[in-house]
Design a protein around this ligand. Sequence first.
Ligand code: LLP
Length: 422
Amino acid sequence: MDHFSYKEDILHAEEVSIQEIAKEVGTPFYIYSTATLRRHFDLFESALSGVDHLICYAVKAASNQAILKTLAKFGAGMDVVSGGEYKRARDAGVDGGRIVFSGVGKTGAEMKLALHEGVRQFNVESEEELLVLSGIAHDMNRVAPISIRVNPDVDAKTHEKIATGKAENKFGIPISRAREVYARAASLPGIQVVGIDLHIGSQLTQLLPFEKAYTKIADLTDVLRSDGHEIKRLDLGGGLGIPYGLEDGSPPTPKEYGEMVKRVLGHLNCEIEIEPGRLLVGNAGLLVSEVIYVKKGHDREFLILDAAMNDLLRPALYEAYHDIVPVKKSSSNQENAIYDVVGPVCETGDTFAKSRAMKKCSPGDLVAFRSAGAYGAAMASEYNTRPLVPEVLTNNHEYSVIRERPALEEIIARDKIPFWLK
Ligand code: LLP
């Protein structure tokens, strides 16, 4: 459930008319709802009530500092995967002790930054990384708290590009080698083992893959404890899916997920960390765009929008489905039509939807892509020298532009002409 709804036929974000915002900000733009962020955060909070836990928001899903600050205010920690994300979280006021540092290719500079400013734990993904971290922490006279990301070899039953928990994926260490690698970690200077980490994939629409993986982790916890390791935290990753459209059915709720977590892992008395991204911000954001042309093609009609694949990459990259709805319902758009919905970028992949049944549109109409809050703005680029689109956050009757559209001059001025061309 979200807080985007029609009031007198105009789509509103909480109490703010999206049409009014479009007039001020121009299209395309992303808009997020604070009340929806709150609602989704609270769902996880209550799902894990009764167990010691920390919800570490996966910053990669939507990394604007206003979103980070909002979630941090609700009580979230953060899960980051780069020095950039770490700095964003810190600049948004998040204490280093509430940040977990994940990622398969952390650099020495990133490790130093986090060791210097504070980190809850590094989720280490390989022995190679473990050795580098040990060396750096030792040299800095620090101790790096670590969990090791274990690859449980479970099929997450999601799109292959976002499945991470199979043996052939680049993530984590094989679960069969966990004892050996933990023993090595315990012997290294500058390293303190605090737990186990895993993340099997994103947009999971069934509980069973999670349960299979967590069962393996429960067994591993017993084994590692009997080997003498202090396993006090389990980082379960993110991955719970959201309903984008009919084909997703109804993914499990945070409540069902939480019940399963308690059933499978509760007896271990570990602190539970989770790293949700999509479930917190996905349905809390829309991409709003204007129709430029309705073009008659050879055998179809194209709805050409001012948003493109560079603004919302998910359909081009994963054939992802996003609902597209009118911002204004009116008598003129009650007629149905079928469109290929496309952007202005010069490649055929710049297609948001094929043969989509929608209300008839005319140039100048505004449409909104639903469930675009996660991996929308965060994955945008300036391809075709299209400026990154602005982001807006609503809070009840208020709204604020949380990222401005850069001027073309600003983008172009980043290029530097070498002296021999001057
Ligand atoms: N933790 C780790 C270590 C991750 O790699 C991810 C996502 C998450 C947590 C958060 O997963 P979530 O709860 O959002 O499913 N761009 C793709 C999704 C990529 C997910 C990458 N890792 C998309 O648009 O579907």
